[in-house]
Design a protein around this ligand. Structure first.
Ligand code: LMR
Length: 397
């Protein structure tokens, strides 16, 4: 049966972790996958999460199925975190939030929904975007096109190019937007630029699909969600937000994500939710309970929520410090041109390293980065910073 099955290449991001794990060099560093590591090089288990986990274990509850659309306390808390507790949209019942298998699950379920309900399925992606965006939407039957985004000369956003490309899209096109901490570039829009983008989306009748995987990793929980409020204020009555707690709760393997669909009326939101449930039932039936229970437990307890916000703040401040540290170490190596790394936001930096330079980092130093030159700044620590800076300076000389 399988004699004609071709071997396909490994995943460009998760495949790196496999190669890293197999590497026996003691000095190896994984700057590939987007994971936040603490100063000891470990994935942190947040104290707020740990406390909920202990009380869940003590309660020894039975393990029934969750509803198809997930744990109600989780979806409600998620909606409030994304849109703000007092958002008129929530009061009007216009946001249908569903628990999904990570942010990727939200993207795929959202793509399946749009494929069903939109007259034509074209997705416009920033150039570049997260490697898996194209794959997820293509697999759901979308035609994928690019819009200009990154300016390699300034290491920031080519905003004029972006607006010009958005203007050219056919009405009804879905536009994937990174709410904050753009993956892979770390180059974000300003609030002013978001407002202009929202105007174009509205005028051209484009459908915003917002990917929000790093809320709280740049400026703060509300600040990093500013784009959502701007779309609402611009009068865009329907859009999608795919969100994830992998990073903000350090719960990568628990696959805690959510799909939030904003509709023009509560009635439409209900109809959309029924479609989403049907889609999920035919893929994985219902989501798993543990991760969602942890997140809901933290977000619904004022005390634990405060603790989590503090832990999240510490993670984001440490990333800012690591960026500054890398810039300083590279400057010591005679490479002040890497100063742009401090201007970028979130876990990633598009370092400007070429594929050949990334290959040298891996082969000669055991430092793993994505072939596009993306590095995960959140995997640095005081123990590897100097080593990484020396290696980057050497391969890019
Ligand atoms: C990343 O971009 O490294 C993360 O979002 C993890 C992943 O699934 O690719």
């Amino acid at each position: 049966f399988f004699s004609n099955v071709e071997l396909v290449p490994g995943d460009p991001i998760l495949g790196l972790t496999e190669a890293y794990n197999a590497d026996t060099r003691a000095t190896k560093v994984n700057l590939g996958v987007g994971i936040y590591y603490d100063e000891q090089g470990r994935i942190p288990l947040l104290k707020a999460v740990q406390q909920v986990e202990q009380s869940l274990a003590a309660a020894a509850r039975p393990r029934g199925y969750l509803p198809i659309d997930g744990l109600p306390a989780y979806t409600q808390a998620t909606r409030e975190l994304l849109f703000g507790k007092d958002s008129p949209l929530l009061a009007a019942g216009r946001v249908a939030t569903t628990q999904t298998v990570g942010g990727s699950g939200a993207l795929r379920v959202g793509a399946e929904l749009l494929r069903k309900v939109l007259p034509h399925a074209t997705l416009a992606l920033s150039n570049p975007s997260w490697e898996n965006h194209r794959a997820v939407f293509s697999a759901a039957g979308f035609e994928v096109v690019d819009y200009t985004y990154f300016d390699a000369a300034t290491h920031g956003v080519d905003f004029a190019g972006m607006l010009a490309d958005l203007q050219k899209l056919q009405p009804g096109t879905t536009v994937l937007l990174h709410a904050c901490c753009h993956n892979p570039t770390g180059a974000d829009l300003t609030v002013e630029q978001w407002k202009q983008v929202a105007q174009v989306l509205k005028e051209r009748q484009l459908f915003p699909f917002v990917d929000m995987a790093y809320q709280g990793f740049d400026k703060g929980i509300a600040e990093d969600a500013a784009a959502i409020g701007i779309l609402v204020e611009a009068g865009i009555d329907s859009f999608i937000v795919a969100s994830s707690y992998s990073k903000s709760f350090s719960l990568y393997g628990e696959r805690v994500g959510a799909l939030s669909v904003v509709a023009a009326t509560a009635e439409q939101a209900k109809a959309v939710q029924s479609q989403v449930k049907r889609i999920i039932r035919t893929i994985y039936s219902s989501p798993s309970a543990h991760g969602a229970s942890l997140v809901a437990g933290v977000l619904t307890s004022p005390e634990l929520r405060g603790l989590w916000e503090d832990e999240l703040r510490q993670m984001r401040e440490r990333i800012h410090a690591l960026r500054a540290g890398l810039v300083a170490k590279l400057a010591e190596q005679g490479r002040p041109e890497f100063a742009f790394i401090s201007q970028q936001a979130g876990m990633f930096s598009y370092s400007g390293l070429s594929k050949a330079q990334v290959d040298r980092l891996r082969d000669e130093y055991g430092i793993y980065a994505v072939g596009t030159g993306r590095i995960c700044v959140a995997a640095l620590n005081q123990g590897n910073l100097e080593y990484v800076a020396r290696a980057v300076a050497a391969v890019s000389a």
